[in-house]
Design a protein around this ligand. Structure first.
Ligand code: C2E
Ligand code: MG
Ligand code: MG
Length: 280
């Protein structure tokens, strides 16, 4: 049933189920057990500076579930269930803490990489989230400027009040925030002015449009310029070809991530520690 629901969603659990049904089906318990067993882990995707020869300046932390029987599961298979059962709150905390510890190890080996961590809509309502993030950073010996929380455009539109409040409190603590998944023609431009974020992350569909038509390229250029005028740093996601990277660099796009540079990988495979030969 989960598969019929569409596009590329393929949840382990039925995403259409109500919270009560999920409870009865033991989904919450399954997620809790996986957490207790230490099956959740974090992979990291480098974010590179386009103007500086592709030097990595940040990493995005991405949740992974190493299931005992099913192997490595991607967020599309469990984030929504975690969101619906409330398990996203402890899971988000786990990702945040783990990512901070990893960034601290990179720091110790001389690499300063800003962390990007994703938030789900429900997490926007967590009043203590900014303080919990600040505490996780402190415990790892990092500062607020070392973290950028990513709020999906859909979450901003779904929960505008919670998002505005959260952005305000993050700003006061000096923790960064980015609007994630911004998608070009289908996204309201007004969103950019309405939410005080430091960064804008352009969705993969946006990047794919660049080579399709002059019109889409013109829109991309205008969005990047507008974001810059509003004081936001722009990251292009899902960059897969040199041609895309060259176009984006020409448009003044600041940062990029995608398979052209590196897929998300476990810490030890990224080669970002001192002494290791950087793979990116
Ligand atoms: P996102 O924030 O848009 O993250 C980028 C996604 O694009 C990642 O998928 C990454 O593997 C994929 N990607 C990166 N480069 C390329 C590329 O060149 N081509 C293609 N086709 N894909 C690329 P992933 O890891 O499966 O994560 C999916 C989504 O799950 C994330 O989208 C994010 O919204 C959510 N997510 C991941 N981890 C967490 C988490 O800890 N908490 C919450 N709340 N959401 C998370
Ligand atoms: Mg993201
Ligand atoms: Mg996305």
């Amino acid at each position: 049933r989960a598969k019929q629901r569409g596009k590329n969603r393929c949840e382990v659990f039925d995403p259409a189920a109500t919270p009560q049904a999920l409870e009865r089906a033991g989904v919450r318990e399954a997620l809790q057990q996986a957490m207790d067993r230490g099956e959740f882990t974090v992979h990291y995707q480098p974010v590179v500076a386009l103007a500086r020869g592709g030097r990595p300046v940040a990493v995005e932390a991405l949740a992974r579930w190493r299931h005992r029987h099913l192997g490595l599961m991607l967020p599309d298979q469990f984030i929504l269930s975690a969101e619906q059962t409330g398990m996203i709150v402890p899971l988000g905390q786990l990702v945040l803490e783990e990512a901070c510890r990893t960034a601290a190890r990179w720091r110790q080996s001389g690499r300063r990489l800003r962390l990007g961590v994703n938030l789900s809509p429900r997490e926007l309502w967590q009043q203590d989230l900014p303080e919990r993030a600040a505490a996780a950073l402190r415990r790892a010996g990092l500062g607020p400027q070392d973290l950028q929380l990513e709020l999906a455009e859909s979450a901003l539109l779904q929960e505008p009040e919670a998002a505005a409040g959260l952005l305000h409190r993050l700003g006061r603590l000096g923790i960064g925030a980015a609007i994630d998944d911004f998608g070009g023609a289908r996204s309201p431009l007004g969103l950019l002015g309405r939410f005080a974020a430091d960064g804008l992350k352009l969705d993969r569909s946006f990047v794919r449009g660049l080579e399709k038509s002059r019109e889409e390229a013109a829109i991309a250029r205008a969005v990047i310029e507008l974001a810059h005028r509003l004081g936001m740093q722009v990251t292009a996601k899902g960059v897969e070809t040199e041609a895309q990277a060259t176009l984006l660099r020409g448009m003044g796009c600041d940062l990029a991530q995608g398979h052209l540079f590196s897929p998300p990988l476990p810490e030890r495979e990224l080669g970002l520690h001192a002494g290791a030969t950087p793979s990116v």
